[in-house]
Write a protein that binds this ligand. Structure first.
Ligand SMILES: NC(=O)c1ccc[n+]([C@@H]2O[C@H](COP(=O)([O-])OP(=O)(O)OC[C@H]3O[C@@H](n4cnc5c(N)ncnc54)[C@H](O)[C@@H]3O)[C@@H](O)[C@H]2O)c1
Length: 353
């Protein structure tokens, strides 16, 4: 068994590599990454210590992927993962990696008859309809009125049948386009592919930055000191997301790989769901009590064009199909992130402060 994880030195990729190697010690697990994301290089010693092979490779170059050799399973975790990417500059890197690069990986999976696992995103859902949800403010967070519902949305969150018409960010478009190519590869070549549309993922070894990885960024700034700002939607920190621990994502992928007859079709919304949702303001309170530091967080009322006020994943379809439920609570998740930041302070403080 040969498992190739592209973006394997990144947050999700490195955690999946380690979990696959732990559970399949005889498998050859290869992490391929171009180390574009600052901090991904810090994952290399962890990968090495666990017996995961690291290869420097850029998925934009088909020759780099060909040089990695055949594989039975290809998990595509490489990306420019920020929804803000491409605005105010060129989207070239975003498109070249998230679309063209993903197509190169898809071709490799087709060539080697490998199962392809794609980490898509909740940001495939369009921005204007999400902004038009009838949100109200309650206890410093945005909420849907009780019982309110429409096509693809309800108090359970946003479901797979939320209408897709409209713009969705440059990032979201690279992911939806990739999903559509995967669908065509399934139809044309019988490609075995799993598409998971993930909401916010978090956990230790996420190198949080202002435009991506807000859970670890918030925790790090509270612990190490630094500044934070509530951006958009009035600058109050009332925006809401659900969050899934990366280990719960691994548990799900392992279950999906065991049930190909169910997994290798359609798309799956994957996220922490309503029980694991919080506002930025609530995250601040949780971080302040853990760090015993209260930051003076500024409010920037201006909303970025790609931003949305509220997203909770309706993951009931994937939960029911695979009898999967997130095991780690938000409290567990934050505890683990703080433990990691404390234990690795010397390594992480220069990067995350
Ligand atoms: N983290 C989340 O909240 C989240 C949510 C939904 C979907 N996703 C998706 O999950 C995947 C993993 O995200 P992540 O959070 O681990 O991001 P990450 O930035 O930590 O990891 C991505 C890795 O890809 C590498 N990379 C970038 N361009 C590359 C290229 N051209 N060739 C090879 N490697 C390249 C980076 O160096 C990095 O190590 C991405 O596809 C992302 O879009 C993430």
């Amino acid at each position: 068994m040969r498992i190739l994880v592209t973006g394997g030195a990144g947050f999700v990729g490195s955690n999946l590599c380690l979990a696959f190697k732990r559970d399949n010690p005889d498998a050859r697990v290869i992490a391929a990454d171009n180390l574009k994301r600052r901090g991904s290089e810090l994952n290399l010693p962890r990968l090495r210590a666990a017996g995961v092979q690291f290869e420097h490779a850029d998925i934009r170059d088909p020759n780099d992927i060909a040089a990695l050799g055949p594989m039975d399973l290809l998990i595509e975790c490489s990306a420019e993962p920020s929804v803000q990417a491409g605005y105010g500059g060129t989207p070239a890197y975003l498109i070249d990696t998230n679309l063209r690069g993903t197509l190169n990986c898809l071709e490799a999976a087709r060539t080697h008859d490998a199962t392809f696992v794609f980490l898509s995103t909740s940001r495939v859902y369009p921005i204007d309809p999400l902004r038009a949800l009838p949100l109200e403010t309650e206890n410093n967070r945005l909420v849907l009125p009780s019982g309110a519902t429409g096509t693809g949305w309800s108090g359970h969150g946003i479901a797979e049948d939320f209408p897709l018409a409209g713009h969705r960010s440059l990032y979201g478009t690279t992911k939806l386009s990739s999903e559509q190519f995967i669908e065509e590869y399934r139809a044309a070549f019988g490609l075995k592919a799993i598409i998971n549309r993930c909401g916010v993922l978090a956990g230790p070894w996420q190198m949080g930055k202002v435009d991506q990885g807000f859970m670890s960024l918030w925790a790090a700034r509270h612990l190490y000191g630094g500044t934070l700002s509530y951006n958009g939607f009035g600058g109050l920190g009332h925006q809401v997301r659900d969050v899934l621990h990366v280990d719960d994502l691994y548990d799900l992928i392992a279950l999906q790989l065991n049930r190909p007859e169910l997994a290798l079709k359609d798309v799956w919304n994957v996220g922490g769901g309503p029980d694991n949702a919080l506002s930025l303001k609530a995250l601040t309170d949780a971080c302040a009590s853990r760090s015993e530091r209260s930051l003076n967080i500024t409010g920037n009322p201006e909303t970025n064009p790609a931003d949305i006020p509220w997203f909770i994943t309706d993951a009931r379809q994937v939960s029911n199909a695979f009898n999967w439920h997130p095991k780690r609570t938000l409290d567990n998740l934050l505890d683990e992130i703080f433990e990691w930041l404390e234990a690795q302070r010397a390594l992480l403080e220069p990067l995350l402060k």
